[in-house]
Design a protein around this ligand. Structure first.
Ligand SMILES: C[S@@+](CC[C@H](N)C(=O)[O-])C[C@H]1O[C@@H](n2cnc3c(N)ncnc32)[C@H](O)[C@@H]1O
Length: 154
């Protein structure tokens, strides 16, 4: 969840009737997020928890987004499995984080990021997407400095 930067975009998608639920392992971060959302008249249910052990029932959400941070999670496979578990059948799961492209020549910026920011050395965790996920796609954005993995729950 972080400070909730993604909430305005999610609110556009869900509309006024939709419910946004955000989870973070840090209570302090959730506190910052709550203050930021209140200042912008946005709302989301903020939940303290750990990505690889989500406190939600199976098949709960119409969509699941992880934006930034998974490269530093202790259990990336468990976190992606949990995103899939809590998504409703047919829901789209989106995971994006920093990284450099694996399918093309690296730009100078990519090479500098690799040299000075170790987190960029991790490959996108496409190999950790559950085998029963459908329509798995990997793309790059933000000048090839971020990856986006998306898939549907079968
Ligand atoms: C880069 S921030 C997310 C930024 C957010 N998308 C935004 O734009 O505001 C990564 C967040 O992941 C949280 N985090 C780290 N490890 C976690 C874990 N195992 N489970 C849940 N959250 C975790 C951190 O506390 C941090 O707030």
């Amino acid at each position: 969840m972080g400070t909730g930067t993604n909430v305005p975009l999610l609110a556009e998608q869900t509309g006024p009737e939709g419910r946004i639920v955000g989870l973070d392992i840090s209570a302090a971060m959730l506190g910052r997020c709550a203050r930021k959302l209140a200042g912008r008249r946005l709302s989301a249910d903020l939940v303290l928890g750990e990505a690889a052990h989500l406190p939600f029932a199976d098949d709960t959400f119409d969509g699941v987004l992880h934006h930034g941070g998974i490269a530093e999670f202790g259990d990336r496979k468990g976190a992606i499995a949990e995103m899939m578990r809590v998504a409703r059948p047919g829901a789209r799961v989106v995971v994006c984080d920093v990284g450099v492209p694996t399918d093309r020549r690296l730009s100078l910026v990519n090479r500098l990021l690799l040299a000075f920011q170790p987190v960029y050395r991790q490959h996108p965790p496409i190999d950790l997407v559950p085998s029963d996920a459908r329509d798995v796609r990997l793309s790059w954005f933000h000048r090839g400095g971020w990856y986006l993995i998306e898939f549907s729950k079968g």
